[in-house]
Design a protein around this ligand. Structure first.
Ligand SMILES: [Fe+2]
Length: 238
């Protein structure tokens, strides 16, 4: 990795604790007759491309971040510009397609930001077991940490085609849930707050693991940033 690239990745400190909302805040808002048009951007990663080795290899991480995640950011920006143009032209003929693109790219951007933020180098912030409030909540809702991991891994491995697996918090009954996500936006309930996600699109693991998604999922536990997930739970309960 070049010094320039490493400097870029650590610029602005990456994703600081509690920065999810800020990380997704778009910049350069500009008032316009068709409504405010904003520009979403690819935020700095909180670690270098090779920091998650050997669980996630540097080539996979760089491609995933600079090409796949970037494509969702670009798609989100293009969709919002197209919607603004449609309003300005008073032309809603493409609203169904634009609505679908809005959900796909917007959710794709959001989930990748969360994914990067809940990982850390193995043995240096990543791995181990949850502690404190999060550990107690997992034990209450799943029976044990091991039972939770078993369910989360099974759900991750069995996502049909491209998707994610998420640990959510549901405020209504103070409960954690594990749910699959297809693509970025399907199978999504509306009364939950995502705390932790694993990307199981093939682009997240195929270079290193080929079709062995199960090997990637089991290895992924060694990069989970439990303090961050715990902080996400504390924020969700406020
Ligand atoms: Fe991805």
């Amino acid at each position: 990795m070049t010094t320039t690239r490493r400097s870029f990745l650590t610029a602005s400190g990456g994703l600081a604790a509690g920065a999810m909302a800020g990380a997704l805040t778009a910049s350069a808002a500009a008032a316009a007759p068709q409504g405010t048009v904003i520009e979403h951007s690819l935020i700095p990663l909180p670690y270098a491309f090779d920091a998650l080795e050997p669980v996630i290899d540097a080539e996979t991480l760089e491609t995933h971040y600079t090409r796949h995640h970037a494509a969702y950011v670009n798609g989100l920006n293009a969709t919002e510009r197209a919607l603004a143009e449609a309003r300005a032209a008073d032309d809603m003929s493409q609203i169904q397609s634009l609505s679908r693109q809005y959900a796909f790219h917007g959710a794709g951007h959001y989930l990748h930001v969360l994914y990067w933020s809940v990982m850390a180098p193995p043995g240096n912030g990543g791995g181990g077991d949850p502690a404190g409030l999060l550990a107690g909540q997992i034990a209450k809702d799943f029976g044990s940490i091991e039972a939770f991991k078993t369910q989360f891994s099974a759900a991750s491995i069995s996502v049909e085609a491209n998707g994610w697996c998420a640990l959510h918090y549901r405020p209504a009954d103070d409960r954690l849930l594990v749910l699959q996500i297809e693509n970025h936006q399907n199978l999504t309930p509306w009364d939950v707050i995502p705390l932790m996600v694993i990307d199981v699109w093939e682009h997240a693991y195929y270079l290193k693991y080929q079709n062995r998604r199960g090997d990637y999922v089991e290895a992924w536990w060694d990069v989970v940033n439990w303090p961050r997930v715990s902080a996400n739970l504390e924020a969700a309960r406020e």
